[in-house]
Unconditional design. Sequence first.
Length: 267
Amino acid sequence: MQFEEWASKNLRNRYLSLIRRIKEKKLVEQCTVPFVPYVGPHYYDAKYKMLFIGKATYGWGKGDGGQDSGTLKGVLRMDDQALWDHLAYLPQEFIEGTIIPHYGGLITERRRAFWRRIYQLGGQLLRDHPAQDYKRDLRRSEECFRSIAWSNVFKFGALKSAKGNPKRRLIELQKEENSRYGNAFAEEIRALQPDVVIFSTGPNEYDDHIRDLLPEVFIDKDKDVGPPHLRIKEIKGLDTLAFRTCHFQHYSNENFGRLAQFVCDQL
Protein backbone atom coordinates (compact mmCIF):
# COMPACT_ATOMS: atom_id res chain seq x y z
CA MET A 1 0.00 0.00 0.00
CA GLN A 2 1.43 3.38 -1.00
CA PHE A 3 1.73 5.98 1.74
CA GLU A 4 -0.98 8.26 0.33
CA GLU A 5 -3.58 5.50 0.57
CA TRP A 6 -2.37 4.50 4.03
CA ALA A 7 -2.48 8.10 5.26
CA SER A 8 -6.02 8.61 3.98
CA LYS A 9 -7.16 5.60 6.01
CA ASN A 10 -5.03 6.11 9.12
CA LEU A 11 -4.18 9.80 9.52
CA ARG A 12 -7.16 11.66 8.07
CA ASN A 13 -9.44 11.52 11.12
CA ARG A 14 -6.58 12.28 13.50
CA TYR A 15 -5.62 15.43 11.61
CA LEU A 16 -9.23 16.58 11.45
CA SER A 17 -9.68 15.87 15.17
CA LEU A 18 -6.58 17.91 16.01
CA ILE A 19 -7.85 20.78 13.87
CA ARG A 20 -11.17 20.71 15.75
CA ARG A 21 -9.34 20.84 19.09
CA ILE A 22 -7.28 23.80 17.96
CA LYS A 23 -10.45 25.53 16.81
CA GLU A 24 -12.11 24.88 20.19
CA LYS A 25 -9.10 26.42 21.96
CA LYS A 26 -9.28 29.50 19.69
CA LEU A 27 -5.72 29.01 18.40
CA VAL A 28 -6.46 28.91 14.69
CA GLU A 29 -4.85 32.31 14.03
CA GLN A 30 -1.63 31.34 15.81
CA CYS A 31 -0.45 28.47 13.65
CA THR A 32 0.14 27.32 10.10
CA VAL A 33 -2.05 24.96 8.14
CA PRO A 34 -0.85 21.43 9.05
CA PHE A 35 0.42 19.05 6.41
CA VAL A 36 0.55 15.40 5.55
CA PRO A 37 4.18 14.23 5.17
CA TYR A 38 5.72 14.62 1.73
CA VAL A 39 6.68 11.37 0.01
CA GLY A 40 8.51 11.78 -3.27
CA PRO A 41 7.16 9.83 -6.26
CA HIS A 42 10.46 7.91 -6.52
CA TYR A 43 10.85 7.29 -2.77
CA TYR A 44 10.00 3.57 -2.80
CA ASP A 45 12.34 2.92 -5.74
CA ALA A 46 15.30 4.88 -4.35
CA LYS A 47 18.65 3.28 -3.62
CA TYR A 48 18.02 4.18 0.04
CA LYS A 49 14.66 5.28 1.43
CA MET A 50 15.52 8.43 3.40
CA LEU A 51 13.11 10.09 5.83
CA PHE A 52 14.09 13.54 7.08
CA ILE A 53 12.28 14.94 10.13
CA GLY A 54 12.47 18.58 11.16
CA LYS A 55 11.02 20.42 14.14
CA ALA A 56 7.87 22.01 12.68
CA THR A 57 6.80 23.98 9.64
CA TYR A 58 8.08 27.52 9.94
CA GLY A 59 5.46 29.27 7.85
CA TRP A 60 6.84 28.07 4.52
CA GLY A 61 5.02 29.13 1.41
CA LYS A 62 3.77 32.46 0.13
CA GLY A 63 2.91 35.46 2.28
CA ASP A 64 3.66 36.41 5.86
CA GLY A 65 1.15 33.89 7.18
CA GLY A 66 2.99 31.03 5.51
CA GLN A 67 1.94 27.87 3.69
CA ASP A 68 0.29 29.74 0.84
CA SER A 69 -3.15 30.05 2.42
CA GLY A 70 -1.97 31.68 5.63
CA THR A 71 -3.22 30.70 9.05
CA LEU A 72 -5.30 27.65 9.81
CA LYS A 73 -8.36 29.89 10.02
CA GLY A 74 -8.18 30.43 6.27
CA VAL A 75 -9.13 26.82 5.39
CA LEU A 76 -11.76 26.00 8.00
CA ARG A 77 -14.70 26.61 5.65
CA MET A 78 -13.79 23.53 3.60
CA ASP A 79 -15.65 20.29 4.18
CA ASP A 80 -13.63 17.45 5.69
CA GLN A 81 -12.69 15.78 2.41
CA ALA A 82 -11.68 19.02 0.71
CA LEU A 83 -9.65 20.00 3.77
CA TRP A 84 -7.84 16.65 3.83
CA ASP A 85 -7.07 16.90 0.11
CA HIS A 86 -5.68 20.40 0.70
CA LEU A 87 -3.42 19.24 3.53
CA ALA A 88 -2.12 16.31 1.49
CA TYR A 89 -1.36 18.49 -1.52
CA LEU A 90 0.54 21.28 0.24
CA PRO A 91 3.85 19.41 0.70
CA GLN A 92 3.81 18.18 -2.91
CA GLU A 93 3.18 21.69 -4.21
CA PHE A 94 5.90 23.10 -1.95
CA ILE A 95 8.58 20.58 -3.00
CA GLU A 96 7.70 20.36 -6.67
CA GLY A 97 6.97 24.05 -7.15
CA THR A 98 9.57 25.72 -4.94
CA ILE A 99 12.32 23.48 -3.60
CA ILE A 100 13.15 21.51 -6.78
CA PRO A 101 13.24 24.60 -9.03
CA HIS A 102 15.41 26.47 -6.55
CA TYR A 103 18.07 23.77 -6.39
CA GLY A 104 17.70 23.26 -10.12
CA GLY A 105 18.96 26.81 -10.60
CA LEU A 106 15.67 28.15 -11.99
CA ILE A 107 14.86 30.69 -9.27
CA THR A 108 16.99 32.78 -6.94
CA GLU A 109 14.84 32.88 -3.79
CA ARG A 110 17.02 31.93 -0.84
CA ARG A 111 16.13 28.65 0.87
CA ARG A 112 17.07 27.54 4.36
CA ALA A 113 20.03 25.36 5.27
CA PHE A 114 17.66 22.47 6.07
CA TRP A 115 16.90 21.96 2.37
CA ARG A 116 20.45 22.62 1.19
CA ARG A 117 21.78 19.92 3.53
CA ILE A 118 19.10 17.44 2.40
CA TYR A 119 20.20 18.18 -1.15
CA GLN A 120 23.83 17.48 -0.25
CA LEU A 121 23.21 14.37 1.84
CA GLY A 122 20.56 12.99 -0.50
CA GLY A 123 22.88 13.50 -3.46
CA GLN A 124 25.64 11.58 -1.77
CA LEU A 125 23.45 8.66 -0.75
CA LEU A 126 21.67 8.39 -4.08
CA ARG A 127 24.54 8.95 -6.46
CA ASP A 128 27.72 8.68 -4.41
CA HIS A 129 28.57 12.36 -4.89
CA PRO A 130 30.81 13.89 -2.24
CA ALA A 131 28.66 15.88 0.19
CA GLN A 132 30.85 18.93 -0.50
CA ASP A 133 30.03 18.77 -4.22
CA TYR A 134 27.21 21.27 -3.92
CA LYS A 135 25.85 22.90 -7.04
CA ARG A 136 22.40 23.67 -8.36
CA ASP A 137 21.47 21.24 -11.10
CA LEU A 138 17.91 20.50 -12.19
CA ARG A 139 18.36 16.80 -12.92
CA ARG A 140 20.11 16.19 -9.63
CA SER A 141 17.58 18.33 -7.74
CA GLU A 142 14.67 16.36 -9.17
CA GLU A 143 16.33 13.03 -8.40
CA CYS A 144 17.12 14.03 -4.84
CA PHE A 145 13.86 15.60 -3.69
CA ARG A 146 11.61 13.14 -5.51
CA SER A 147 13.42 10.28 -3.77
CA ILE A 148 13.03 11.42 -0.16
CA ALA A 149 10.26 11.61 2.42
CA TRP A 150 9.94 14.57 4.76
CA SER A 151 7.98 15.13 7.93
CA ASN A 152 8.14 17.12 11.16
CA VAL A 153 7.90 16.35 14.85
CA PHE A 154 5.02 18.83 15.14
CA LYS A 155 2.49 19.15 12.35
CA PHE A 156 1.46 22.69 13.23
CA GLY A 157 4.22 25.28 13.14
CA ALA A 158 4.66 28.95 13.91
CA LEU A 159 3.65 31.59 11.39
CA LYS A 160 6.42 33.30 9.48
CA SER A 161 5.58 36.48 11.35
CA ALA A 162 5.98 34.69 14.72
CA LYS A 163 9.59 33.71 13.96
CA GLY A 164 9.88 30.53 15.98
CA ASN A 165 8.65 27.08 16.90
CA PRO A 166 5.08 26.28 17.99
CA LYS A 167 3.96 27.89 21.23
CA ARG A 168 3.68 25.72 24.33
CA ARG A 169 -0.12 25.31 24.12
CA LEU A 170 0.04 24.06 20.52
CA ILE A 171 2.70 21.53 21.49
CA GLU A 172 0.62 20.35 24.45
CA LEU A 173 -2.47 19.90 22.26
CA GLN A 174 -0.60 17.76 19.75
CA LYS A 175 0.84 15.59 22.52
CA GLU A 176 -2.62 15.21 24.09
CA GLU A 177 -4.09 14.08 20.77
CA ASN A 178 -1.25 11.61 20.38
CA SER A 179 -2.11 10.12 23.78
CA ARG A 180 -5.85 10.01 23.13
CA TYR A 181 -5.88 8.43 19.68
CA GLY A 182 -2.72 6.38 19.50
CA ASN A 183 0.76 7.10 18.30
CA ALA A 184 0.20 8.40 14.79
CA PHE A 185 3.77 9.72 14.59
CA ALA A 186 5.31 6.28 15.14
CA GLU A 187 2.80 4.68 12.76
CA GLU A 188 3.66 7.26 10.11
CA ILE A 189 7.37 6.45 10.34
CA ARG A 190 6.82 2.71 10.18
CA ALA A 191 4.39 3.00 7.27
CA LEU A 192 7.12 4.71 5.25
CA GLN A 193 9.56 1.83 5.91
CA PRO A 194 12.65 4.05 5.64
CA ASP A 195 16.18 2.70 5.48
CA VAL A 196 17.38 5.68 7.50
CA VAL A 197 15.63 8.40 9.52
CA ILE A 198 17.41 11.67 10.28
CA PHE A 199 15.89 13.90 12.98
CA SER A 200 17.44 17.31 12.29
CA THR A 201 16.06 18.73 15.53
CA GLY A 202 18.97 19.79 17.72
CA PRO A 203 20.14 18.57 21.12
CA ASN A 204 17.93 20.56 23.47
CA GLU A 205 14.23 20.28 24.33
CA TYR A 206 13.33 18.42 21.14
CA ASP A 207 14.93 15.25 22.49
CA ASP A 208 12.30 15.38 25.22
CA HIS A 209 9.54 16.06 22.67
CA ILE A 210 10.68 13.06 20.60
CA ARG A 211 10.62 10.83 23.70
CA ASP A 212 7.13 12.09 24.61
CA LEU A 213 5.74 11.42 21.14
CA LEU A 214 7.68 8.17 20.64
CA PRO A 215 7.77 6.67 24.15
CA GLU A 216 9.19 3.38 22.88
CA VAL A 217 12.38 4.97 21.54
CA PHE A 218 15.66 5.30 23.41
CA ILE A 219 18.02 8.25 23.03
CA ASP A 220 21.07 8.05 25.26
CA LYS A 221 21.53 11.47 26.87
CA ASP A 222 25.23 10.94 27.45
CA LYS A 223 26.46 9.01 24.43
CA ASP A 224 27.19 10.58 21.04
CA VAL A 225 27.98 8.38 18.04
CA GLY A 226 29.96 9.12 14.91
CA PRO A 227 32.69 11.73 14.49
CA PRO A 228 33.55 13.65 17.67
CA HIS A 229 31.88 17.00 18.42
CA LEU A 230 29.07 16.55 15.88
CA ARG A 231 26.50 15.66 18.56
CA ILE A 232 24.86 12.78 16.73
CA LYS A 233 22.60 10.52 18.79
CA GLU A 234 21.43 7.09 17.75
CA ILE A 235 17.69 6.53 18.16
CA LYS A 236 16.76 2.96 19.00
CA GLY A 237 13.27 1.47 18.89
CA LEU A 238 12.04 2.54 15.43
CA ASP A 239 13.00 -0.73 13.72
CA THR A 240 15.27 1.14 11.32
CA LEU A 241 18.54 3.06 11.35
CA ALA A 242 17.77 6.41 13.00
CA PHE A 243 19.83 9.36 14.21
CA ARG A 244 19.20 12.69 15.87
CA THR A 245 21.54 15.44 14.70
CA CYS A 246 21.83 19.10 15.49
CA HIS A 247 19.70 21.25 13.24
CA PHE A 248 21.45 21.20 9.88
CA GLN A 249 21.98 24.97 9.92
CA HIS A 250 24.43 24.59 12.83
CA TYR A 251 26.98 22.54 10.86
CA SER A 252 29.81 24.04 8.88
CA ASN A 253 30.31 22.62 5.39
CA GLU A 254 33.28 20.60 6.63
CA ASN A 255 31.42 19.13 9.60
CA PHE A 256 28.33 18.38 7.57
CA GLY A 257 30.52 16.51 5.12
CA ARG A 258 31.76 14.39 8.02
CA LEU A 259 28.19 13.80 9.18
CA ALA A 260 27.09 12.77 5.68
CA GLN A 261 30.01 10.36 5.37
CA PHE A 262 29.13 8.84 8.74
CA VAL A 263 25.52 8.19 7.63
CA CYS A 264 26.74 6.70 4.34
CA ASP A 265 29.11 4.40 6.19
CA GLN A 266 26.29 3.12 8.41
CA LEU A 267 24.19 2.25 5.38
